[in-house]
Design a protein around this ligand. Structure first.
Ligand SMILES: [Zn+2]
Length: 388
C-alpha cells in the first residue's frame, strides 16, 4: 500500500511536577548528546556501533535507559550524516568558505531543549483519555494530558507509526508524531481543474473558485508593522513577543492554506475531475522573480499550499498533474494567441487575437487546466500500450 507520510503535533499539558521532569530530561539528554558528539568528533565520526562502544555504558550510568541511550547516539549520528550530506551538496560553500570551515572545525552541539526522539517503548498513547505515558530521567510519567484538534486525534489514532519527537518551545512541550496515511486509488478523471497561484489572488481555479490574497496580505502587513515596533525595543520580552507573533502568522497562513487546498480537492473529488498544478519549483521561481514585495506572502507559503493540495489529492485519490507554467499568463485560453501585451495589467486580460476580455488569473487557470489534460493523456498513452 502506498502511504503519505505526515507529521502531527500535539501540545502536552503536564502539571508542574511533570513539566519539571520533562524539562530536566531534555536538558540531560541534550547535554549527553553534546558529549557523544565530542566523542564522535575526536574519533573521526565512527560508525554507529563503534560510537555505541565508546559511549553506551556512560550514558546508561548517567541514568538513560537502554532506549534513550540508543536514541541519543542515533541522534548524534544522524546530525553528522546530515552535516556531511549538506557539505557534499555544497550547502555550506566551498572547502575554504568560512561557514564550512566553522562547521567542520568543531563538534556539533545540541541546544538544551533540542528535539529528542521517542519510540513505542519509551512513549505510549492513550487516545481515549488523551494522555501519554512517557519515559523521563525521573522515571516514567503516566497520564500526561495532551491536546490537539479532533481531526489530528483521529489521524493519530489510526495512522501513527514509528518515532515521535519531544520538543520544548518557550516552556511549552509538544510531541511531533509521524503518521503514515494510506493513499486512495486514483480514479480516471473527467476533465481537469487548473489552479493558478499568485500573490494578489492566492489561488484561482478554472471552475470559478478564487481565494483572494487580500486578507492574508493585509494580515501580514499588520504583523510587519507590529514587528517593526517591537524590533525597536530590544528588551527580552519584546523578543519573546516577536517570536510569538511570527509563529502566530505561520499558523494563520497554514490554516488558510489548509482550507484553500481542501476547497479545491473537495471540488475535484465531487466532480470526478483531476487537478492541474504549476510545477512547484516554478511557483518559487516565479514569486521570486517579481519585484520585491515586502508585504506580500513569502514563497514558502505557496510551496506549502502546493504541498497541501498534493497531500489531500493523494489521500482522496484525485489525479494530479504538474505542468510547466511558462506563458500561461500571456496565452489566450480561447484562441491560443500568445502575446505579452495580452495581459493588460494585474487583473485584466484582453486578447490581441480574438478580443476576448477576461480576468487574467482565470485565463491562466484555464491554460493550466488544458495543459494538465494533455499531460495526463500523454501519460496515459505511455501507460497503456496500444493493442492491435
Ligand atoms: Zn484569443
Amino acid at each position: 500500500m502506498v502511504v503519505v507520510k505526515i507529521v502531527t503535533q500535539v501540545k502536552l499539558m503536564p502539571d508542574a511536577e511533570q513539566a519539571a521532569a520533562l524539562s530536566a530530561t531534555l536538558r540531560a539528554v541534550n547535554a549527553l548528546a553534546c558529549w557523544v558528539s565530542e566523542v564522535a568528533f575526536t574519533h573521526g565520526m565512527p560508525r554507529e556501533y563503534e560510537l555505541r562502544k565508546h559511549t553506551y555504558s556512560r550514558l546508561k550510568a548517567e541514568g538513560l535507559g537502554a532506549q534513550a541511550a540508543q536514541h541519543t547516539i542515533k541522534k548524534v549520528r544522524d546530525a553528522y550524516t546530515t552535516l556531511r550530506a549538506n557539505i557534499r551538496a555544497g550547502n555550506l560553500g566551498t572547502p575554504k568558505s568560512k561557514r564550512r570551515r566553522k562547521a567542520e572545525s568543531k563538534p556539533i552541539t545540541f541546544r538544551p531543549n533540542a528535539a529528542q526522539p521517542y519510540d513505542d517503548r519509551c512513549l505510549s498513547w492513550q487516545h481515549d483519555q488523551q494522555t501519554v505515558s512517557i519515559w523521563t530521567t525521573d522515571g516514567r510519567l503516566k497520564g500526561v494530558r495532551f491536546v490537539c484538534s479532533a481531526h489530528a486525534l483521529k489521524v493519530l489514532q489510526q495512522y501513527r507509526k514509528g518515532e515521535s519527537d519531544l520538543i520544548e518551545r518557550d516552556g511549552v512541550f509538544y510531541l511531533i508524531a509521524t503518521c503514515e496515511v494510506p493513499e486512495a486509488e486514483t480514479y480516471e478523471p473527467d476533465g481537469f481543474i487548473g489552479v493558478d497561484l499568485g500573490i494578489v489572488n492566492i489561488a484561482t481555479t478554472s471552475t470559478g473558485y478564487q481565494a483572494a490574497g487580500r486578507a492574508l496580505n493585509r494580515y501580514r502587513k499588520r504583523q510587519l508593522a507590529l514587528r517593526a515596533k517591537l524590533q525597536k525595543k530590544r528588551t527580552k520580552s519584546a523578543r519573546r513577543r516577536l517570536k510569538e507573533r511570527s509563529r502566530r502568522e505561520t499558523r494563520h497562513v497554514k490554516n488558510t492554506n489548509h482550507s484553500i487546498a481542501k476547497t479545491i480537492v473537495t471540488e475535484a473529488e465531487r466532480t470526478s475531475a483531476g487537478i492541474s498544478l504549476e510545477e512547484l519549483k516554478g511557483i518559487r521561481q516565479r514569486v521570486r522573480l517579481r519585484k520585491p514585495q515586502r508585504v506580500a506572502l513569502h514563497s514558502w507559503a505557496f510551496a506549502q499550499l502546493g504541498e497541501f493540495i498534493v497531500y489531500k489529492a493523494k489521500r482522496a485519490g484525485v489525479p494530479l498533474v504538474f505542468v510547466d507554467p511558462a506563458y500561461t499568463s500571456q496565452t489566450c485560453a480561447e484562441c491560443g494567441h500568445v502575446d505579452k501585451r495580452n495581459r493588460v495589467d494585474q487583473q485584466l486580460f484582453i486578447c490581441r487575437g480574438c478580443g476576448v476580455v477576461v480576468h487574467a488569473d482565470r485565463n491562466a487557470s484555464h491554460n493550466i487546466a488544458t495543459r494538465g489534460e494533455s499531460v495526463w493523456n500523454a501519460g496515459r498513452e505511455s501507460r497503456v500500450p496500444a493493442t492491435r
